[in-house]
Design a protein around this ligand. Structure first.
Ligand SMILES: Cc1cc2nc3c(=O)[nH]c(=O)nc-3n(C[C@H](O)[C@H](O)[C@H](O)COP(=O)(O)OP(=O)(O)OC[C@H]3O[C@@H](n4cnc5c(N)ncnc54)[C@H](O)[C@@H]3O)c2cc1C
Length: 457
């Protein structure tokens, strides 16, 4: 029952912390979901609507949300989290390289999507002329399928190096005395350690928010990103995706000056429905073993709230609930129908030249879901993108809604990811510090090294 370090959550953040600590400490990793081989989603396998498994196999279990993610490793300090606010740029660049090498060692593909300065200049110029900003990052793409394999390899290595892993076990609370952590309380008793790393992911953000509040930890509210998943024939964006893989464009809407961005580009990918604590939202991925004729990506509008309402997550949940109420899940609409002010129907969808990859989405009307502000910003962004990739603003482009990114409120931590409770570290997406695989993994290494340095000093 006594360990040197307890890690809560077996996603990339927790796994990378464990990899770093395995040789120097007696480590217990607790994960509330199933083991990776036992993770299966009826929605994917039997093509049925979400049956609300508890816990959800897409977001919980060994590998966390990383296991069924698209596996795009973004090699940039600017995207995927806030780590550049905690450690110096050069140090973060080195850490990203190190973490990338670890992914390679565990089976990630060698191919890196990268461009030379001349190409970057050309793509950036085209973006500027369209009133867009191109945020370029080299990408290593694992793809769904290989992501699971890589994470499984990491688990085998950890077990071999003596890390104890308990799956199907939920941590209910963090134990502390005199502002110092002492362990965790689970469904199956208490476990004790002078260091606890909490890495609960987006899935565990509600639990961690409550826990942080009860421990008196300071938090900062992150904005909520609300938008649609766009799907179109692969050829429309091939001149970009073949080189960049992920083209991240930023735009400030003319009407509202809201920040709008493209996110999670999936060339040859599939649109998927995802269960976000009971709410069904759209997402996308590209499988490593199977490609489609389409490309999909998200367009997200960022919004924060101040007074009197200051709960962006609730706002995002409200929009998703509305989409679920009207569509029984994810709604799909042809852009042409949205522009004409009418819903898409099964018959209208039959005439659509883009074949939907998420066949169980309900044809409907997204103008009944999104506030005017969001809808206008999305349409403006589609028009701007049409300038760099003609065909984006086509009547046959498909929009799936809602896609919502719930970013957890950010817990106050120091440069080692340690909270105001001595020995309690908070990392990854669940602590609101990161938003993607690369930075989540890096945050695990930072916390682990912080612990090892403290131990040795
Ligand atoms: C469909 C999809 C595609 C994605 N594609 C990409 C991509 O291409 N590139 C990219 O950079 N990012 C992508 N992401 C995001 C990426 O998966 C996350 O940023 C990353 O997994 C975060 O890592 P994490 O370890 O912080 O959290 P998670 O991976 O969410 O892991 C947290 C783990 O903690 C467990 N947990 C939570 N609470 C408790 C508790 N109380 N007790 C015990 N265990 C608990 C959960 O079950 C979960 O397994 C994608 C996400 C999804 C859902």
């Amino acid at each position: 029952m006594h360990y040197d370090v307890i890690i809560v959550g077996g996603g990339p953040a927790g796994i990378f912390a464990a990899l770093e600590l395995a040789d120097s400490a007696n480590v217990l990793l607790i994960e509330k979901g199933r083991d990776i081989d036992r993770r299966s989603c009826p929605m994917k396998e039997k093509e049925v609507q979400c049956v609300q498994c508890q816990p959800c196999s897409i977001t919980c279990g060994w590998g966390g949300a990383g296991a069924f993610s698209d596996g795009k490793l973004t090699l940039s300090t600017e995207v995927g989290g806030h780590l550049n606010e905690y450690i110096a740029e050069e140090k973060l660049i080195r850490l990203i390289k190190e973490v990338d090498q670890t992914y390679l060692d565990f089976g990630a593909p060698k191919k890196l999507y990268t461009i030379d300065n001349k190409q970057l200049e050309k793509f950036s110029r085209e973006a500027t002329l369209a009133e867009l900003y191109l945020q370029y990052s080299p990408i290593r793409h694992l793809g769904t399928g290989l992501s699971q394999e890589v994470l499984k390899n990491m688990q085998d290595e950890l077990l071999q190096r003596g890390v104890q892993i308990k799956t199907n076990l939920t941590v209910r609370s963090i134990l502390s005395e005199n502002s110092t952590v002492t362990g965790v309380k689970t469904d199956n008793g208490c476990f004790y350690a002078p260091r606890v790393i909490v890495a609960p992911g987006r899935e565990g953000h509600e639990w961690f928010t409550e826990t942080a509040t009860s421990l008196g930890l300071e938090r900062e509210i992150n904005p909520v990103d609300i938008g649609v998943r766009v799907e179109l024939p692969k050829v429309v964006m091939e001149h970009l995706t073949d080189h960049l893989f992920e083209s991240k464009y930023l735009y400030y809407s003319k009407t509202f000056e809201d920040k709008v961005r493209t996110f999670c580009m999936c060339p040859g990918g599939e649109v998927v429905a995802e269960n976000n604590s009971g709410l069904i939202t759209a997402n996308g991925h590209t499988r490593s073993d199977r490609k489609t004729e389409n490309t999909n990506f998200a367009i997200l509008v960022s919004k924060n709230f101040t007074e009197p309402f200051k709960d962006p997550i609730k706002y995002g949940q409200y929009i998703s609930t509305l989409a679920n109420m009207l569509g029984g899940g994810v709604i799909v609409q042809r852009l042409g129908d949205l522009i004409d002010g009418r819903r898409s129907t099964k018959d209208r969808m039959k005439k659509c030249l883009t074949r939907p990859t998420l066949t169980k989405a309900t044809p409907g009307d997204l103008s009944l879901v999104f506030p005017y502000r969001h809808l206008v910003s999305i349409l403006e962004m589609l028009q701007a993108l049409d300038k760099v990739a003609p065909g984006v603003y086509s009547r046959n482009t498909l929009l799936y809604g809602a896609e919502v990114k719930f970013y957890s409120s950010r817990v106050k931590v120091d440069r080692n990811m340690e909270t105001a409770i001595k020995g309690l570290y908070a990392i990854g997406d669940g602590a609101g510090i990161t938003r993607g695989l690369m930075q989540a993994s890096c945050s695990g290494v930072i916390a682990a090294r912080g612990i090892l340095n403290n131990k040795n000093s």
